[in-house]
Design a protein around this ligand. Structure first.
Ligand code: ATP
Ligand code: MG
Length: 332
């Protein structure tokens, strides 16, 4: 199958820092698995990053390359996938404006994910851009007529909104914009080794894909385990242990044996952490190799983005010309 017959996926990351194992489990791993079967388009969502980080342009600038390299490091092949930078695609901005005419503010205000995020960021009076980011996200997905959007549960209200916008827009103007479908990640959230329900970069508990073996071990060795297991031979309770949770995610085959040994008091926490550390480094080592290559060849990374921007501009400009024609705003 060539890219013309494959279904298209749109996915991406906000460049607000480096990506971590939570991102890997939640999306990057699936991205790598799907890169052959789909025409996969990956957005470095720098405009969306501005909705919360507009006062940190230097962080966004640095993160554009970091996040691109993070994606390449997990084995995404630049000859198969398209990676582009949101701000470089004017058709996305235009489409956002058109969509904004047919979305009500209340629809956005009642979006549960917007509410939760606004609360987490401590926003009381939302900016126009933040309140409207699901509209901009709809334009991200539809400027290229993506069929599928791999998402976590938190993103479902946004995909629902995107589908509503597309249906309304198509009905109004007779356009044939593809109504996207969500592909919900089955893995769910990766918790933090500190016991937090989520690994997150602002929670200070992230294991970054770019961490060195020393950095990984320094984080793994202080992980909170079963508080009732103090001595090596105390019987443990894997069901309440953060390290065991990680064995279940990253070391599936050995996890049942580890659980047995821990419960019988045959496996100490330090040895258990060392085993997890080894498994994590086995996963990260090939990523480190690819990362080292790209870090030594930054021009190649910039070329990958430039190539992606070019392709997305071709797709977007063509689609926008058709859309404007249907909207009767193209004077010929
Ligand atoms: P912050 O702490 O600044 O919010 P973050 O580490 O949560 O940053 P985001 O950029 O908010 O990262 O995450 C983007 C997406 O990555 C989320 O919508 C989610 O799909 C996925 N993701 C982030 N953290 C995890 C995690 N711990 N487990 C699974 N998926 C995650
Ligand atoms: Mg977050």
């Amino acid at each position: 199958m060539d890219e013309n017959t494959k279904k298209r996926i749109l996915t991406g990351d906000r460049p607000t820092g480096r990506l971590h194992l939570g991102h890997y489990v939640g999306s990057l791993r699936t991205r790598a698995e799907l890169q052959d079967a789909y025409d996969e388009i990956i957005e470095v969502a720098d405009v969306q990053a501005l909705t919360t980080h507009f006062e940190k342009p230097e962080l966004i600038k640095q993160s554009i390359l970091d996040v691109t390299i993070d994606n390449l490091s997990v084995g995404l092949d630049p000859d198969k996938v398209t990676i582009f930078q949101q701000s470089q695609i004017p058709s996305i901005a235009e489409l956002t404006i058109f969509y904004s005419m047919i979305v009500s503010c209340n629809q956005l205000r009642h979006n549960p994910t917007i509410k939760t995020e606004a609360k987490n960021y401590g926003y009381t009076d939302l900016s126009y851009g933040f309140l409207g980011y699901p509209v901009s996200q709809t334009a991200d997905i539809t400027f290229c007529n993506a069929h599928l959007v791999p998402v976590g549960e938190d993103q479902l209200p946004h995909i629902e909104l995107a589908r509503k916008i597309v249906r309304k827009f198509n009905a109004l103007y007779g356009t044939s914009i593809v109504e996207p479908e969500a592909k919900v990640s089955s893995t769910g959230r990766l918790s933090g080794l500190d016991g937090n329900a989520k690994m997150g970069k602002s929670l200070g508990n992230a294991l970054y894909l770019s961490d060195t073996p020393e950095e990984i071990w320094n984080k793994v060795k202080v992980a909170v385990t079963d508080p009732a297991k103090i001595h090596l031979h105390d019987p443990g309770h894997p069901e309440v242990c953060n390290v065991y949770k990680y064995h279940c995610v990253f070391n599936k085959e050995e996890a049942p044996g580890i659980s047995e040994q821990c419960k019988k008091g045959e496996l100490g926490c330090v040895a258990c952490k060392k085993r997890l550390n080894a498994v994590l480094n086995n996963l990260l080592d090939p990523m480190r190799e690819r990362r080292a290559y790209y870090e030594q060849h930054p021009d190649e990374v910039k070329d990958i983005l430039a190539k992606g921007n070019k392709r997305c501009n071709e797709i977007g400009n063509q689609n926008l010309a058709e859309i404007k024609e249907k909207m009767h705003i193209l004077v010929k």
